[in-house]
Write a protein that binds this ligand. Structure first.
Ligand SMILES: C[S@@+](CC[C@H](N)C(=O)[O-])C[C@H]1O[C@@H](n2cnc3c(N)ncnc32)[C@H](O)[C@@H]1O
Length: 238
């Protein structure tokens, strides 16, 4: 089996776009929620862990004047994103940067990422950082936004009780079956995940802990515009 970085999920990058929709319930819906929470007038948007560019494309469709700075540490995922953005004709509005967002958090001066972003978005990436780094990242995001900027993240969250672990697992199994595949069959396409930079296997935090971290990081209004079993979109405004 192929080794992959945390977050790449599949051994073969070409499997990602179909596989993630089988693996996670309502993937397109929660990405859409993020794009709706970002002002459509945004001019500068930072995306952390852009993967193959699925969220990026939705953002660019909704925010016609936006420049998206997209960070991902995987050259494989970035290449897929770049090809997709170019094929859709958005190459003038997109800059891909190969970097670890944990490294950016601790050493922002090393990267040419800039600041004064109207919004920062992320999906399915930040949960690979341990909690201390999540808080530091939220602080770095807050420092990189304009004074009324916003941040929206979609991620799996830690079930609050053992009973909910089973409930959330059953919901995902049922979703996969509805998609015509089992979680075991999807699992066979996954790569072996080890540690890469600041990311490792899932480091889930509860939704409540995420909201507290956001408040601590300086977000005055925090919100959860979407939740489905163990998946949530959360974030807020400075
Ligand atoms: C599951 S994919 C999600 C991609 C995309 N956001 C989406 O929803 O389709 C997670 C992405 O985050 C990236 N990633 C995870 N940890 C990272 C880190 N510390 N720095 C940069 N990229 C990271 C992975 O390479 C992967 O492309």
């Amino acid at each position: 089996m192929q080794n992959v970085f945390p977050g790449e999920v599949f051994a073969n990058t070409a499997d990602f776009d179909i596989g993630i929709r089988q693996l996670l319930p309502r993937y397109d819906e929660f990405l859409e929620v993020i794009t709706r929470c970002v002002p459509s007038t945004s001019r500068r948007i930072l995306e952390l862990g852009c993967g193959t560019g699925e969220l990026t494309l939705k953002i660019l469709k909704r925010c016609p004047n936006a420049q998206v700075i997209a960070v991902d540490y995987s050259p494989r995922m970035l290449q897929f994103a770049q090809d997709k953005i170019t094929a859709a004709g958005y190459q003038q509005q997109w800059t891909g940067i190969q970097a670890d967002f944990g490294d950016w958090t601790n050493n922002p001066e090393k990267f040419n990422i800039g600041s004064e972003f109207d919004g920062c978005v992320s999906s399915l990436a930040i949960h690979h950082l341990h909690d201390e780094m999540k808080l530091k990242l939220f602080e770095q995001i807050a420092a990189s936004l304009t004074q009324d900027g916003c941040f929206w993240n979609a991620d799996p969250t830690l079930p609050e009780s053992p009973a909910l672990v089973e409930v959330y697992k059953a919901a995902r199994e049922e979703w996969a079956i509805q998609e015509g595949i089992s979680l075991t069959e999807i699992g066979a396409k996954r790569g072996i995940i080890s540690t890469e930079g600041y990311s490792s296997q899932d480091q889930l935090a509860t939704l409540d802990d995420h909201l507290q971290m956001l408040t601590k990081a300086g977000f005055k209004t925090v919100a959860v515009p979407w939740k489905y079993y163990g998946l949530a979109v959360f974030g807020g405004w400075l």
